[in-house]
Design a protein around this ligand. Structure first.
Ligand SMILES: C[S@@+](CC[C@H](N)C(=O)[O-])C[C@H]1O[C@@H](n2cnc3c(N)ncnc32)[C@H](O)[C@@H]1O
Length: 172
């Protein structure tokens, strides 16, 4: 149940990583990495790029780190904390699977370990919007199941797949 609603499907990770990685050594951040499914699968598909995940639930980070060890992937890393504490300039590109939707009533929750509020949705979306706006031209972000509230107008929508659920954005 959690997997279907909260973790990225493999075909999505493949399409997203194809768009996000343009050069060897690119660094991609998954904003809200959960159990690490996007970073782990993308690091398998793109062994010459690096995928970091930031996640606010420590138990999920522990699952991601354990899975990385079992899979022997050396180009994925996971960090515990709020994405607002990260330095975005350390990354070239970003992946975002509607991480803030949990804050709305009526959306399924992963668990009850954190506080939810619509104010947090707007705060996080606004914070991400500002960080993305500061990134240089050429920055890419793929969103999955997002309303794109966090994507500034300085990004153009290059294409979309899966009936518009998966969107490929490029900073111009
Ligand atoms: C829909 S899941 C996506 C997980 C993963 N990116 C994937 O695609 O499989 C969103 C995750 O974002 C995390 N999250 C939400 N807000 C966050 C924040 N402010 N900082 C860090 N992680 C956050 C949630 O705990 C959840 O695990």
């Amino acid at each position: 149940m959690l997997a279907r609603e909260h973790w990225t499907p493999l075909n999505v990770a493949k399409m997203a990583s194809e768009f996000l990685v343009t050069r060897d050594g690119d660094r991609v951040l998954d904003i809200g990495s959960g159990v690490g499914k996007f970073c782990l699968s993308a690091s398998y598909y793109k062994p010459h790029a690096f995928f970091d995940g930031i996640e606010q639930r420590s138990s999920l980070v522990q699952h991601a780190v354990a899975a990385r060890k079992v899979l022997g992937l050396v180009n994925a890393s996971f960090f515990y904390g709020n994405f607002t504490r990260l330095n975005f300039s350390a990354y070239n590109h970003f992946y975002f699977y509607n991480s803030f939707f949990e804050n709305f009533e009526g959306f399924d929750k992963i668990d009850n370990s954190i506080e939810y509020s619509q104010a947090l949705y707007h705060y996080y979306s606004g914070y991400l919007f500002n960080e993305l706006d500061k990134m240089p031209a050429g920055t890419r972000i793929v969103t999955y199941c997002s309303w794109q509230d966090e994507i500034p107008p300085s990004y153009s929508l290059e294409r979309s797949e899966l009936d518009g659920l998966l969107k490929f954005n490029l900073k111009t």
